[in-house]
Design a protein around this ligand. Structure first.
Ligand code: NAG
Ligand code: NAG
Length: 494
C-alpha cells in the first residue's frame, strides 16, 4: 500500500516535472516564408531551426512540403491563411470546415505536426488595401473557430489574426495616446472580444526599420534597442527605442477599449540586410542581437513587463517576393536564401547562431558580360532588363551591396542572377552574344557584393546533357519497340 502510494506520487511528480519542462522550454520563434525560386530542402531548414533553438514557426499558408517536414519535429506551428481566401471562408462555415480538415486536422493526426495557432489573414486591415478585407476578416475568424471546435481542436489550436501596427495610432504622438484607427475600431473591438472569449491572442507586426525608412527625420538611434537617442518622455515613462513605444501604444489602445489584459503576440519583427541604405548586415546584426537579448532576458515593455511571444522575421531571404514595399523586401532573412550565415548572433547560454549544413550547390560557374562588349550596343539595355525581370536584381538598387558596380559589372551581376535562377541552363547565358560562362568568381574583392551560386534543386541539366539526352530517348524507344514486338508475338501464339 505504502509503496503503491509512493509510486503514484513519484509518477505524478515526474509528470508534472516533465510537463513543466516541456512547457517552459526556452526557444526562439521565427517566420518561414516560401516565396523563393530556390527553396532550401525543408528537412535542412527544420534542422537549421533546431540547431538554433527555434522551437516555434509561423507559416504564411498551409504549405504541404513545409508542414510535412515539421511533422514530429517538436516545433510548434502557426499556420496562416492568405487574405485572398478570406471571402471564401467568410461566406460559409463549410468552407472553413474543409480548410481545417485539409490543412490542420490531417497534419495533426496523420503526420504529427504540432499546430498551435491558425492565423486568419495577414495584415488584412493594412491601410493600402483600402478596406478590401475589412468585412470578411471577422466572419472568417468566426467560421475557422467554429470549424476547429467541430474538429475537436478547440483547446489545442487557437485562432488569431496578424495585423500591421497601422491599426492603431496616437493623436498625441505619445504611447499613452494610443487608440485604434477610427475606420476599423468597431471591427477591432468585435474581433478582440471574440478572440478573448475563445482564448486566442492578438498578433501584431512591428517594424522599426519601416518607421526609419518611411520618415527622413526619424532619429536612427531610436530604431535600435541599444540606441543613444534622446528618450521620448511619456508621463513617468522614458522610451529609449521605437519598439517599446510602438508596443505600448498598442497596450494603451487595448486599455482604452477595456482589453488591458488581452494576450498579444508579435507576429513579425526584424531588419533586412540589402536593398536599401539602412539595410545591411551591421544594422541587422545590431537590431536582431538587441531583440535576441530581450527574448533571452524575458524582458517586456514599460507598460507590459511580461514579454510577448516574438516571431522574428524571417528565417531566410526570399528572391521571389513582391518588391512593392521596396527592394529590401527580399532580404529580411537572418540567414541567406541557402541557410548560410549573414552575421553572427549570440543566442545566450553560451550558444551562437549556426548556419545550415548539407546544402548542395550548382557548379562553381558564373555568367558574366564578355570582355569585348560595347555597352552602347542596342541589345545591352534590353538584355539587362530581361535578366532583371526574371531574376532578383535588388542588390543593384541604390544603397545596396552591389550598387558600387560600374555599367559592365552591373550587367554581369544581372546576367549571373538570371543564369543561376534558371539553374545554369545553357541557354540562360546567351544574351545576344554579350555574355560568357566563367569559372572565376566575379565578386569584387572589396566590399559586400556577392555573385551568387544557386542551390541545386534538381532542375539543372546534367553535364553532358546535349549529347546524352537524345541517346537515352533512343534507347528507351528501342526497348519499348522490342518489348511491344515480343508482346504481339506472344499474343499471336496464345
Ligand atoms: C489548404 O491550404 C492551401 C494553401 O493555402 C489552399 O490552397 C487550399 O485551398 C486549402 N484547402 C482548403 C480545403 O481550403
Ligand atoms: C546599375 O543598375 C542599377 C539597377 O538597374 C541602376 O540603378 C544603376 O544606375 C546602374 N549603374 C550603372 C553604373 O550602370
Amino acid at each position: 500500500m505504502g509503496f503503491q502510494r509512493f509510486t503514484t506520487c513519484f509518477l505524478l511528480a515526474l509528470c508534472i516535472l516533465s510537463q513543466s519542462l516541456t512547457k517552459g522550454t526556452f526557444g526562439f520563434a521565427c517566420n518561414w516564408g516560401t516565396r523563393t525560386t530556390h527553396p532550401l530542402p525543408p528537412e535542412i531548414l527544420v534542422k537549421l531551426m533546431k540547431d538554433n533553438g527555434i522551437n516555434k514557426v509561423k507559416l504564411f499558408e498551409a504549405e504541404p512540403t513545409a508542414l510535412k517536414a515539421l511533422g514530429k519535429s517538436g516545433i510548434q506551428v502557426m499556420v496562416g491563411i492568405p487574405n485572398d481566401m478570406l471571402d471564401l471562408l467568410a461566406t460559409s462555415v463549410n468552407n472553413a470546415i474543409a480548410w481545417v480538415d485539409q490543412n490542420v486536422s490531417s497534419y495533426i493526426s496523420k503526420i504529427g505536426v504540432d499546430i498551435r495557432y491558425v492565423a486568419v489573414g495577414n495584415e488584412a486591415f493594412l491601410k493600402t488595401y483600402n478596406g478590401r478585407f475589412v468585412q470578411s476578416t471577422f466572419p472568417a475568424i468566426k467560421n475557422i473557430q467554429a470549424a476547429l471546435i467541430k474538429a475537436g481542436l478547440g483547446r489545442q489550436v487557437k485562432v488569431t489574426t496578424p495585423l500591421n501596427a497601422d491599426v492603431y495610432q496616437s493623436d498625441s504622438g505619445l504611447p499613452s495616446g494610443g487608440n485604434f484607427r477610427p475606420d476599423i475600431q468597431n471591427q477591432m473591438i468585435s474581433i478582440i472580444k471574440f478572440l478573448s472569449q475563445n482564448g486566442g491572442p492578438l498578433t501584431f507586426n512591428i517594424y522599426p526599420f519601416l518607421s526609419l525608412d518611411a520618415d527622413p527625420n526619424f532619429p536612427k538611434e531610436f530604431a535600435f534597442f541599444d540606441g543613444s537617442a534622446s528618450p521620448v518622455v511619456d508621463g513617468s515613462i522614458s522610451y529609449t527605442n521605437v519598439f517599446d513605444a510602438n508596443f505600448d501604444t498598442l497596450i494603451s489602445s487595448l486599455e482604452k477599449n477595456g482589453f488591458g489584459s488581452m494576450d498579444v503576440i508579435i507576429g513579425e519583427v526584424g531588419w533586412p540586410t540589402d536593398g536599401n541604405s539602412n539595410a545591411n548586415a551591421k544594422s541587422a546584426q545590431r537590431f536582431n542581437q538587441g531583440l535576441v537579448n530581450r527574448i533571452v532576458k524575458k524582458q517586456g515593455t514599460p507598460k507590459r513587463p511580461t514579454p510577448p511571444e516574438i516571431y522574428m522575421f524571417a528565417l531566410l531571404d526570399e528572391d521571389a517576393k513582391s518588391i512593392d514595399p521596396g527592394p529590401f523586401e527580399r532580404h529580411w532573412g537572418i540567414f541567406n536564401f541557402d541557410g548560410s550565415m549573414k552575421y553572427p548572433l549570440n543566442l545566450g547560454s553560451g550558444k551562437s547562431l549556426v548556419g545550415a549544413r548539407g546544402v548542395k550547390y550548382l557548379t562553381k560557374q558564373w555568367c558574366v558580360i564578355s570582355s569585348n562588349t560595347n555597352v552602347l550596343d542596342p541589345s545591352f539595355a534590353e538584355s539587362m532588363s530581361k535578366a532583371c525581370t526574371y531574376a532578383d536584381c535588388t542588390s543593384l538598387a541604390p544603397g545596396s551591396s552591389c550598387s558600387g558596380l560600374d555599367t559592365k559589372g552591373n550587367a554581369s551581376y544581372a546576367f549571373n542572377m538570371y543564369y543561376q535562377t534558371l539553374d545554369q541552363r545553357k541557354d540562360a547565358c546567351q544574351f545576344n552574344g554579350l555574355s560568357v560562362v566563367t569559372n572565376i568568381d566575379p565578386s569584387p574583392s572589396q566590399g559586400t557584393c556577392h555573385f551568387e551560386i544557386m542551390i541545386d534543386i534538381g532542375k539543372h541539366e546534367s553535364k553532358s546533357t546535349s549529347s546524352a539526352a537524345p541517346r537515352i530517348g533512343i534507347e528507351y524507344f528501342m526497348v519499348m519497340l522490342v518489348s511491344s514486338f515480343i508482346i504481339i508475338l506472344l499474343s499471336l501464339f496464345i
